[in-house]
Write a protein that binds this ligand. Structure first.
Ligand code: C5P
Length: 402
């Protein structure tokens, strides 16, 4: 799957660095060539000898190694790869990247490269949550740096929380997704996911129930076929897929803005459970509990319908626009009417009445409604639904058989 691909793997310093050795093996098993670069701190945890033994490549450590400059300069080294991966990416490396510092080989390569960069951070939870690190992460994301993790879990330091390196096979999946030469390579697909939160006041909100599982699976499946995915997500329960450009939003209006900003696209998949209404005059102060028996009353305003807005665009409409429809009764009739009303191309309808267990569960039973009519798919995992739908999208826009 990664045959012929060359990956420059920058190994930062941290207890998790040992996992980079497993990553080298997994990437090579998938056919990639891995060229390791180990930072000075990284060498306290992983030796160049072990990285070289596992990669069967020369390992680079020093910017001023004249032999390397004679053989291959640092500019060439940074350009020669198809993808630059940083794993583990320490707080220090992220900080250098965010600020354009270049005081060692790793940071110089990261500044000189013209290739995409995927980082897999690993650090203590307090460090990860520190505003300085979060500022750097936001800067890097807006620079287009791709992130795999971190994830939550027990840490070597004995604490628990977000900051753990994602497992090597997940990093390898993210690499494959980023480099995939699948049928959707070169295509851009926007996916919305999760609920939206519409504020009542700074501490309260109204929302739809949505785990974000189906939208997240859709984004991962499309990326797996090589698509460049912009994943616009509300506050979901499940984390966004590794290696996918993610835009986090809260409200329906923010979601519409993010979708517009992501256009043009070859396809748009609107899997988010967008709140239909927002509180018209949300309070910017917490609404106080009044005298016993008195209740606040809320006025609502209609939210923009993102699916309908994009479907009905006269200019710049993606050639394929797909909506989802959660229904509790008359699924086919309601979803067919919804397709016509919103003017999207397909509606993926599912029955979310409680007895089906579809909502929040692992599985889904969907009916795909298109101009050709209704096609009922057998009950399958949400991941499988996503893969089957991604293949159908590829067949539609790239002409490959579904
Ligand atoms: O009308 P209903 O909410 O059932 O339609 C569901 C479909 O419309 C989903 O694809 C959802 O993402 C989309 N939608 C939207 N903006 C809204 C409401 C729904 O994009 N405000």
């Amino acid at each position: 799957m990664l045959a012929g691909k060359r990956i420059l793997l920058i190994i930062g310093g941290g207890v998790a660095a040992f996992k980079s050795l497993i990553l080298i093996r997994q990437l090579r098993e998938r056919g990639a060539t891995v060229v390791p670069v180990i930072t000075r701190a990284g060498q306290a945890f992983v030796t160049p000898l072990s990285a070289s033994a596992l990669s069967a490549e020369k390992v680079y450590t020093d910017l001023f190694d004249l032999t390397d400059e004679a053989e291959m300069g640092h500019i060439e080294l940074s350009r020669d790869a198809d993808l630059v991966v940083v794993a583990p990416a320490t707080a220090d490396l992220l900080g250098k990247m965010a600020h354009g510092l270049a005081d060692d080989l790793a940071s110089t390569l990261l500044l000189a490269t013209d290739k995409r960069v995927l980082v897999a951070p690993a650090m203590n939870v307090r460090m990860w949550e520190h505003p300085a690190v979060q500022r750097n992460v936001a800067t890097l994301k807006s620079d287009g740096i791709l992130f795999a993790g971190p994830t939550e879990g027990a840490m070597a330091c004995g604490e628990f929380g977000l900051g753990r390196l994602v497992e090597p096979d997940e990093i390898a999946d993210a690499v494959a997704a980023t480099l995939s030469q699948g049928p959707l390579a070169g295509r851009h697909v926007i996916v919305t996911s999760g609920p939206t939160h519409e504020p009542i006041d700074p501490v309260r909100y109204i929302a739809n129930r949505s785990s974000g599982a189906q939208g997240t699976a859709m984004a991962a499946a499309l990326a797996g076929l090589g698509a460049h995915v912009t994943f616009v997500t509300g506050p979901a329960d499940v984390p966004p897929p590794a290696g996918v450009a993610t835009v986090r939003v809260e409200t329906a209006s923010e979601m519409l803005d993010a979708v517009r900003a992501a256009l043009p696209a070859d396809a748009a998949v609107f899997a988010a459970a967008v709140a239909d209404w927002r509180v018209a005059s949300a309070s910017d102060k917490k609404i106080k509990k009044g005298d016993a028996g008195t209740m606040p009353s809320l006025d609502f305003a209609e939210n923009p319908d993102i699916l309908a807005t994009v479907s009905q665009m006269t200019e710049g409409r993606p050639p394929l626009v797909i909506g989802f429809a959660a229904e509790t009764d008359d699924v086919v009739a309601n979803a067919t009417a919804k397709r016509a009303r919103k003017q999207c191309d397909w509606i993926v309808a599912n029955d979310v009445s409680p007895e089906t267990g579809n909502m929040g569960g692992q599985d889904n039973t969907v009916i795909v409604i298109s101009a050709e009519g209704a096609d009922t798919w057998p009950r399958m995992g949400k991941d499988q639904v996503a893969r089957k739908l991604a293949a159908k999208i590829a067949a539609e826009i790239a002409g490959t058989p579904a």
